[in-house]
Design a protein around this ligand. Structure first.
Ligand SMILES: [Fe+2]
Length: 283
């Protein structure tokens, strides 16, 4: 019941939270844990993300449901992200699943690192995600302020371009320098501003992208066609496969997983059409 109570008390105001609370109330009603009158209050308030069902229950003299035990938001995000990733079907699914234990072990408290790209674009991305997966959207929104966000600066700037260099951020959840430790395995969140081209690049690590927003453009080698993929369609990159992402009108938000060789750096692959792709992307 703990997970259901956490959902029942999803913070007010987050997009989709009214529906999440109502879904949890429905589960509790089926278990006989709350009455039909209490469930009706959650139904009425479900259309209003900022309306407090506890206040409505008090006004009607109805009993209040119990509060959930405290749960760490980063652990809660790991659990929801893991559930999501375990269900995805792609060529690397077994490697990804093998690296995602139900219990990720002790949590390391990293210094929080705020980030300008996150401040500017995460809420927009989560608003898009809340239409399809409100639970995951809320878990990310709740955990994001606790994470150590990084705008990666190891690519030579003249190769990767200014737009990507200044327009992305990632945060590790599991890995070598992450809240949950893993040996040669990385899991994290990745955010890119709208209309940014993440130029052709490759790396030794096999990689899963699980895009939570979309549509975005992809290609798998300079000169190859650009393919548009919607949210929730996983992209599996085998080792050294070139890949490029052209972010659409919504910010790119995704989960990424590197299943091994995580310390081998990524390299930009030259192509002669970036200017054209960037021009189109910025329209
Ligand atoms: Fe990659």
């Amino acid at each position: 019941m703990t997970d259901t109570l956490i959902l029942l008390h999803t913070p007010l105001g987050q997009p989709g939270s009214g529906r999440v609370r109502y879904g949890a109330a429905m589960a509790l009603w089926r278990e006989g844990a709350i009455s039909a009158e209490v469930l009706e209050v959650y139904r009425i308030t479900s259309a209003h993300d900022a309306r407090d069902p506890m206040e409505a229950l008090r006004d009607r003299g109805l009993p209040l449901p119990p509060l959930p035990p405290e749960r760490d938001p980063v652990l809660a995000l790991y659990a929801v992200a893991r559930d999501y990733l375990l269900k995805l079907d792609h060529a690397g699914a077994s490697e990804v699943r093998a690296g995602l234990p139900a219990d990720p072990g002790p949590q390391h408290n990293l210094a929080r690192r705020p980030n300008a790209v996150v401040d500017r674009w995460l809420a927009t991305a989560l608003s898009d995600l809340s239409a399809t997966l409100p639970d995951l959207s809320i878990a990310i929104a709740t955990a994001a302020p606790q994470l150590a966000w990084v705008t990666y600066d190891a690519y030579p700037r003249d190769q990767i371009g200014d737009a990507f260099a200044a327009g992305h951020a990632f945060a590790s959840l599991m890995g070598g320098d992450a809240p949950f430790a893993a040996d040669d395995f990385d899991l994290g969140l990745f955010l890119i501003a709208p209309h940014v081209l993440y130029r052709d690049h490759c790396h030794a690590a096999p990689e899963l992208y699980a895009p939570l927003t979309g549509p975005h453009g992809w290609r798998f080698g300079p000169g190859r066609p650009l393919i548009t993929k919607p949210a929730h369609q996983p992209v599996w990159n085998p080792p050294h496969q070139p890949h490029l992402t052209r972010v659409g009108a919504v910010p790119f938000l995704g989960l990424f997983v590197w299943t091994r060789d995580v310390n081998e750096p990524a390299q930009v692959i030259p192509a002669d059409d970036w200017a054209t792709l960037e021009e189109v992307a910025s329209v």
